[in-house]
Design a protein around this ligand. Structure first.
Ligand SMILES: [Zn+2]
Length: 295
């Protein structure tokens, strides 16, 4: 499942293909993905300009505006996209789009004024594309309660300590909670706890001292989270550079992880003789090194 860095890579891939261009046709090949499409989706987006594509947590935000905007009645539409388990966008230039036959799971096709086609394909259909209320995407129910973006200054050790004080739930699930911090998923949380040498079963409260200030563990963990995400985004960016538009699948960059899905394999820490273990926390696998991440 794509996490924040993968969604950011998708955003960076889509932006140059779509920004500033008019959406001349929006083709829906079904009536739903995970959720039904808005009944007026096509009507509200066709003939509008894609003015920007942003990301919030694991959501893509495609912003559209009328071609002839006057500032006093500017109505901005925002399409909130989520890739689910298997969703992907592919980009096809005018010439490629003319030659290309649509594939079985090509559910949504964005045709832009220069002939570019952006195709959303999703075999398992856990992804979705939903319209927010005009000019009001921030208050959409999926968005409004999400915590700070981990790569912004709003997410720092003081903030995380305050959120973690007296929380007895385990630190792993705490970091997966989207109200605490946006966009972290199973993979990057496992990696961050490994690098910070924190046992994933410890209570979240170990991140705060008695005055709700950050402990050493918290001060170690926060920059590690930021670095892991930044590294993954940079790896995604360099993959985009060699990405062949016709065949590339935006969003599924293969990263190398030190713990994730490596159960039974040797720990990468120098001189550590342990093997990566797997436990289940709230129904999700946690991979960790029982020696390096001792309590
Ligand atoms: Zn180890």
């Amino acid at each position: 499942m794509p996490e924040l860095p993968e969604v950011e890579t998708v955003r960076q891939g889509l932006l140059p293909a779509m920004q500033g261009k008019k959406l001349v046709k929006l083709q829906l090949n079904r009536k739903n993905l995970r959720f039904n499409f808005d009944v007026d989706l096509v009507e509200r987006l066709e003939q509008k300009i894609v003015i920007d594509i942003e990301r919030r947590s694991k959501y893509l935000l495609m912003h559209f505006e009328d071609e002839n905007q006057t500032s006093h009645n500017s109505q901005k539409e925002t399409l909130i996209g989520h890739l689910g388990m298997s969703g992907k966008f592919t980009i096809h230039t005018h010439n490629e789009a003319k030659m290309r036959e649509h594939l079985k799971h090509d559910h949504v096709i964005f045709s832009l004024e220069d002939g570019t086609e952006v195709v959303y394909n999703d075999p398992r259909r856990f992804g979705f594309l939903l319209l927010a209320e005009p000019n009001d995407w921030q208050n959409h129910k999926l968005i409004k309660d999400i915590g700070p973006e981990p790569l912004t200054d709003d997410f720092d050790a003081n903030y995380l300590a305050k959120q973690s004080a007296k929380k007895q739930g385990n630190i792993k699930n705490h970091l997966l909670n989207q109200k605490i911090v946006a966009g972290l998923g199973n993979i990057y949380v496992c990696e961050a706890l490994f690098r910070a040498k924190l046992d994933p079963t410890l209570p979240a409260s170990i991140l705060a001292n008695i005055n709700n200030k950050p402990t050493k563990a918290c001060k170690t963990l926060v920059p590690i989270i930021k670095n892991i995400l930044q590294e993954a985004i940079e790896a995604g960016g360099s993959t985009l550079k060699d990405y062949r538009k016709a065949d590339g699948d935006l969003g599924y960059i293969q990263h190398r992880f030190t713990t994730y899905s490596r159960e039974g394999e040797p720990c990468v820490t120098q001189n550590c003789k342990s093997k990566i273990a797997r436990i289940v926390q709230s129904g999700r696998s946690t991979f960790y090194c029982p020696s390096c991440q001792k309590r």
